[in-house]
Write a protein that binds this ligand. Structure first.
Ligand SMILES: Cc1cc2nc3c(=O)[nH]c(=O)nc-3n(C[C@H](O)[C@H](O)[C@H](O)COP(=O)(O)O)c2cc1C
Length: 182
């Protein structure tokens, strides 16, 4: 597959099958992903990979980070879902007081995550990129033992899959483009 084909074909996968994802494969994907561009803070990321019993640790951390109403409303459902996920990667980004630097960090972490999604797709591994309310709870930073200048930038749930969504749609770029020639 060409890069263009992978970009167009990749889609978010939320349901995984039981096939084990090796940590060597995850490491290989992360080694590819870190070739993302960055500016301001060099390579402003690190990763915490949860699998097997480690997934239970992550589930506990997430449930603890939910507010009481959130836990009541969907805690059990979330737990049941997360138990079907083979591997989760917490992508940790840098924090900075300067908005420009924060924007640059966020942009480069996003580029890294897309690299990961594309490299994973090439290996027929599906990913859903999660940004949920618990990521903003101080409790999750505590549980993950993040440093004061770090934040949880995203959680990537990964695994092999049997089905992919059939209906996907994008408006053409041309319909969103203004060409200025004179
Ligand atoms: C920054 C970001 C955050 C996302 N957060 C979530 C999320 O919390 N839960 C979820 O199910 N999907 C999440 N997604 C996946 C999007 O819903 C998905 O990319 C979008 O529907 C387009 O579908 P596609 O990835 O198959 O092209 C997120 C995507 C991005 C870029």
């Amino acid at each position: 597959m060409t890069v263009s084909e992978i970009i167009r074909e990749r889609c978010t996968i939320r349901e995984f099958n039981d096939k084990k994802v090796s940590l060597d494969t995850i490491t290989e994907l992360l080694e590819t992903s870190v070739w993302a561009p960055y500016h301001g803070i060099p390579e402003p990321w690190r990763f915490i990979v949860f699998s097997e019993n480690g997934m239970e640790r992550l589930i506990d951390m997430i449930l603890q980070a939910l507010s009481l109403p959130e836990r009541k409303e969907y805690g059990e459902k979330l737990k049941t879902y997360l138990r079907t996920v083979p591997v989760a990667i917490a992508v940790v980004g840098k924090l900075d007081r300067n908005q420009k630097i924060m924007d640059e960090v966020s942009a480069s972490v996003s580029a890294l995550i897309q690299n990961f999604q594309l490299a994973a797709w090439e290996k027929e591994i599906g990913v859903v990129w999660k940004t949920q309310s618990y990521m903003y709870a101080p409790q999750i930073s505590k549980s993950l033992v993040l440093k004061p200048d770090e934040k949880l930038a995203g959680v990537l749930l990964c695994g092999y899959f049997d089905k992919k969504p059939t209906e996907r749609f994008r408006k053409s770029a041309a319909s969103r483009t203004t060409y200025v020639k004179a």
